[in-house]
Design a protein around this ligand. Structure first.
Ligand code: G3P
Ligand code: MG
Length: 248
């Protein structure tokens, strides 16, 4: 396995809509991406996992309980079963009938909307490697040239390892909650181009370490413009926000 230092990319905007625009529309839905675009977002982030029949679907939690009218693990439902669920009315009656989209449906919608994206690989617990393989392979195969190159990310280092093997040319960032002492070793080993970090957890000292190492970093989830200013002053490149309309 080879790994290398990646050149920082320059096309990621300062504002990335989190799960679409999770404060304004149901997360991880096509309706949410349409809303994000209408609010001025140029990029969105969303979460990808595998259904029982290995269709890549957009979903955040291991179970469907919080964001649909169903119950149970995503990994124990076929795509047809997931597709029958209402993924909008929990957020607002205005979004009744919104569905859990597949990744390929999402890519088609992003292409129409002209939205760039950070594709977070979000495996159901225990499915890390396979999810990394399938999401990365589909990204490499399906991402259109009309959009900025896809940016994969994951909290799962195993998923990113698989992504690197299956689709070495698809850009990768490591997602951190607690940033370990050996973060830079992982960054190099996984051929990452950036670190995606919790705004809550990011210390001034850690920001300085990223700057000194020349590693771009982006912060989630930032809904307060004053907090965004603090982060940008520390050298943060982009923020993930539920409310892109708050940031002009
Ligand atoms: O990718 C940034 C952010 O989405 C990571 O946290 O839990 O919202 O997926 P989470
Ligand atoms: Mg996410």
């Amino acid at each position: 396995m080879t790994s290398s230092r990646k050149a920082p990319r320059t096309d990621v905007p300062r504002i990335i809509g989190h799960r679409g625009t999770a404060g304004n529309a149901p997360e991880n839905t096509i309706a949410g991406f349409e809303k994000a675009q209408a609010l001025g977002a140029r990029w969105v982030e969303f979460d990808c996992m595998l259904s029982l029949d290995e269709v890549v679907v957009l979903h955040h939690d291991d179970t469907v309980d919080r964001t649909t009218n169903g119950t149970g693990l995503v990994s124990e439902k076929s795509f047809v079963e997931l597709r029958r669920l209402d993924a909008g009315s929990w957020f607002s009656p205005d979004y009744t009938g919104a569905h859990i989209p597949s990744f390929d449906q999402t890519i088609a919608a992003l292409t129409q909307l002209g939205l760039g994206a950070n594709v977070e690989i979000k495996p159901v617990t225990g499915h890390e490697r396979r999810t990394g393989q399938v999401v990365a392979a589909q990204t490499a195969a399906l991402w259109p040239v009309s959009l900025p190159p896809a940016l994969l990310s994951s909290f799962s280092l195993e998923a990113l390892e698989e992504a690197m093997t299956v689709a070495p040319d698809v850009d990768r960032a490591i997602l951190w909650w607690d940033i370990p002492k050996d973060w830079y070793d992982h960054h190099i080993r996984l051929g990452a181009s950036a670190a995606h970090v919790s705004a809550k957890k990011l210390s001034d000292r850690q920001a300085a370490a990223f700057r000194e190492a020349g590693v771009p970093f982006r912060a989630y989830t930032v809904n307060d413009p004053a907090e965004a200013e603090r982060l940008y002053a520390l050298g943060c490149e982009s923020i993930f926000t539920d409310f892109p309309d708050r940031f002009s």
